[in-house]
Design a protein around this ligand. Structure first.
Ligand SMILES: [Fe+2]
Ligand SMILES: [Fe+2]
Length: 178
């Protein structure tokens, strides 16, 4: 398997999760209420899986290795765009959490904000994933030798191996601060 294999497998789960979120958005629009538990679930999925585990491998391994290569202008611009898009997704999640917190404290006017942030996230990820799967991954793979691709793949597995420990270390740290 090439390193883009696990990244693309992760993209498929992210797509399925946002497909599910689309159904929740329709329910929210019809019933005019928010299920805060769903928001917590999708936020945890985005932060732990889509951002830390998935964007983490992209930013901490793939992009770091690509920065040592002589990228052409198009690939370099796209990499910087992708980094900015990851930041943008994080800011959307912060805004979503903020709107959900206001909503559960009684500010029901946040319902359209929650819907808007979710819909923006759904559309954003779909475009971002398409860009990586169809252009960025295949194009930038060409900068690496077979050995470098193999090493990157094992770096990815090692990154994943540490994830669950990092996640629950953070859970402990958050709890212990209370
Ligand atoms: Fe990405
Ligand atoms: Fe990605």
């Amino acid at each position: 398997m090439k390193p883009r294999g696990p990244l693309m497998i992760e993209h498929r789960l992210i797509e399925k999760m946002f497909g599910q979120s689309q159904k929740e958005v329709i329910k929210m629009k019809n019933n005019k209420i928010v299920d805060p538990l769903f928001i917590d679930t999708i936020v945890d999925f985005i932060r732990t899986y889509a951002d830390r585990t998935h964007h983490g491998k992209e930013e901490d391994i793939l992009f770091v290795k690509l920065k040592t290569k002589n990228l052409n202008k198009k690939d370099n611009t796209m990499m910087n765009d992708l980094i900015n898009e990851h930041r943008y997704a994080r800011s959307l999640v912060v805004a979503l959490v903020d709107a959900k917190n206001k909503y559960i404290s009684g500010d029901k006017s946040c319902l359209p904000v929650i819907i808007e942030k979710l819909e923006t996230l759904i559309n954003f990820y779909s475009e971002h994933i398409k860009k990586e799967d169809l252009e960025f991954f295949p194009n930038t793979e060409l900068y690496f030798t077979k050995e470098e691709l193999d090493t990157m793949l094992s770096d990815f597995w090692e990154f994943d191996r540490k994830m669950i420990h990092e996640r629950y270390q953070k859970v402990f740290e958050t709890l212990s601060k209370k």
